[in-house]
Design a protein around this ligand. Structure first.
Ligand code: FES
Length: 265
């Protein structure tokens, strides 16, 4: 099959002052593309051709190519990860496109995800949010038997649904507010339903939401674009849970101690 690719090419990293102004869409025509190629294999094929012709290859992120690491992520025809629901870019195949298709490829841009080069964005903001609280603290020692702590099936399923988040950032790229609430909600929900998540429950919700705001992600206005493009089809239920957990944590906060004014009297 033949495809005409319109690809965002950007040689310099974006800055807060110069947000995505250094790039432009460049057109590439590619012949002999197999419909059985994955989308990333098609880009490898293009890069091979560009390299042989003495041009710079297109930079794009990838690692596992199995839909589990969350590294890949291209906005394809205006949709993060492309037209197939519940599918990462690396798991998308060329048979999803018609012969002769014109395909538009852009990076997952957002204020908190500056473009580094071509289709690669810096998603380290997610790492900093995770470091703020998406974990449980456990003493070191021998691992416990997996069945030592019993978890009800319903709770285990809710936790597992949230734990499938791969942190790809599609939710942010799809949202008109560049909100990361589906991602952060998934981290809150993952531990909320498990007994191991209870001791740090309040601190986790407070710290994750605070870190998310500090990184410059926007707020949720209930458009649900995030759920529609999430390759793991995580439900917006996790956003409601995160909001509830944050309010609960704030209400349970110790009131600030009032200093006495006017001496010991
Ligand atoms: S490369 Fe790992 S999820 Fe796509």
């Amino acid at each position: 099959m033949k495809v005409k690719l319109h690809i965002w090419r950007q040689s310099k990293a974006s800055t807060a002052q110069n947000f995505a102004q250094d790039g432009k869409m460049v057109v590439y025509e590619l012949d002999n593309v197999s419909k059985d190629m994955s989308f990333l294999e098609m880009l490898d094929f293009l890069n091979d051709k560009l390299t042989r012709e003495g041009e710079l290859p297109v930079a794009f992120d990838h690692d596992c190519r199995e839909g589990v690491c969350g590294s890949c992520g291209i906005v394809i025809d205006g949709i993060p990860h492309g037209p197939q629901r519940g599918t990462t870019t690396c798991q998308l195949h060329m048979r999803s496109f018609k012969d002769g298709a014109e395909i538009y490829l852009e990076p997952m841009r957002a204020k908190a995800f500056p473009v580094l080069k071509d289709l690669v964005v810096n998603r380290s903001a997610f790492d900093r949010v995770v470091q703020a609280g998406a974990f449980i603290s456990v003493s070191t020692g021998a691992p416990k038997d997996a069945n030592a702590i019993l978890v009800a099936k319903d709770a285990a399923e809710k936790a597992f649904d949230a734990a499938t988040c791969i942190g790809c950032g599609a939710c942010v790229a799809a949202c008109k507010n560049a909100s990361a609430m589906l991602f952060v909600g998934a981290k809150v929900s993952h531990f909320l339903h498990l007994p191991q998540g209870q001791p740090e429950r309040d601190r986790r919700a407070r710290n994750l939401v605070t870190a998310m705001d500090k990184e410059g992600f926007g707020n949720c206005t209930n458009q649900n674009e995030c759920e529609a493009v999430c390759p793991k089809e995580i439900s917006v239920r996790v956003i409601a849970e995160m909001n509830r957990e944050f309010v609960r944590a704030k209400l349970r906060e110790e009131p600030p101690s009032h200093k006495r004014v006017g001496g010991d009297g």
